[in-house]
Design a protein around this ligand. Sequence first.
Ligand SMILES: Nc1ncnc2c1ncn2[C@@H]1O[C@H](COP(=O)(O)OP(=O)(O)OP(=O)(O)O)[C@@H](O)[C@H]1O
Ligand SMILES: O=C(O)[C@H](O)COP(=O)(O)O
Length: 394
Amino acid sequence: MNKKTVRDIDVKGKRVFCRVDFNVPMQNGVVTDDTRIRAALPTIQYLMEQGAKVILASHLGRPKGKVVEEMRLNAVAERLSELLGKRVVKTDEAYGDAVKAAIAEMNEGDVLLLENVRFYPGEEKNDPELAKAFAELADVYVNDAFGAAHRAHASTEGIAHHLPAVAGFLMEKEIEVLGKALSNPDRPFTAIIGGAKVKDKIGVIENLLDKVDNLIIGGGLAYTFVKALGYEIGKSLLEEDKIELAKSFMEKAKEKGVNFYMPVDTVVADDFSNDANKKVVNIDEIPSDWEGLDIGPKTRELYRDVILKSKLVIWNGPMGVFEMDAFAEGTKAVAQALADAKDTYTVIGGGDSAAAVEKFGLADKMDHISTGGGASLEFMEGKQLPGVVALNDK
Ligand SMILES: Nc1ncnc2c1ncn2[C@@H]1O[C@H](COP(=O)(O)OP(=O)(O)OP(=O)(O)O)[C@@H](O)[C@H]1O
Ligand SMILES: O=C(O)[C@H](O)COP(=O)(O)O
């Protein structure tokens, strides 16, 4: 990476404003998945060991510039205290005199967590005044929030123009793993793209068609491709206005010599529910009032073969409605194939695929699970991430 990291600067005795992505799932005031908090620990612990005063900032949810009580970061501070084995001071605001006073009390190695930065309308607007107010709290800026790096907000981008600005270890690792995959991949290189909509994956498919050897399609978006081949898809998800685009992707794959894999069979249901009647049919035999909710067993075998023969696989988006057990088998089979592919470097592109791998208990079998949903998607589209661009060059 051509950006400076925490290793390149001296932080001893300094106040470090460290942006992290603690946008974690919560239920009844308790953090239900602390993956993103744990992923930031190496940077936080390094800063503590180096004698910095660590001021952490994060967003949680989308409070739209207002205080929303359920989106306060108190439970996150508690969980972080447990993980660090050290009390984390939590302020009720994210800047201003009370926050400055709390920071003035800090000793080297102490950790403080600011309130949700999205309680202020200036955060998402990248208001220069708010960026300055954040910068006034610190001597150095560290961005370890890969998950929010696609957002040009006051705490992810604006602040970087006022302080020495470097990347944390998580940011560095994410950029290196995904960057290497896209610029210098081991081959055969396979991308598996699933999820709900073609619309959300256009940029990724376009960019990956120039890079991969194999492109595997699954999930709800596959049915628009099936329709583009001229088959009936019953009540399955269809984006009518993307049929031509799907055709052009298949043609482009052919021109570029990319093997394009689509489902050959599918699990159809007579209702969008876990208890629906279901059956497996070939892809050209979907009954008119049924909908495809998962890839079928022949497709699972086909995809498994391709995965096992690959040296690098990137996966983004589930193969079916994996939240319902009745339609989770296809997604599970892909996750299992990735887990079994010992000579394959496996990268999970965040979001729902990461949740699926966790759900099946296979997370520790993957080489890299990105902490970014939208951020990893935009990175895979070949876009520059504003939170990274704003950091100091090496
Ligand atoms: N055949 C299908 N029919 C309808 N919905 C489907 C189908 N297959 C998958 N889905 C749904 O697609 C959703 C995931 O799609 P999405 O495009 O958001 O995935 P993602 O890119 O992995 O997630 P994220 O946007 O969080 O990164 C899941 O909720 C899943 O139930
Ligand atoms: O969960 C995420 O993808 C990041 O935390 C960014 O959140 P956002 O989509 O609300 O900006």
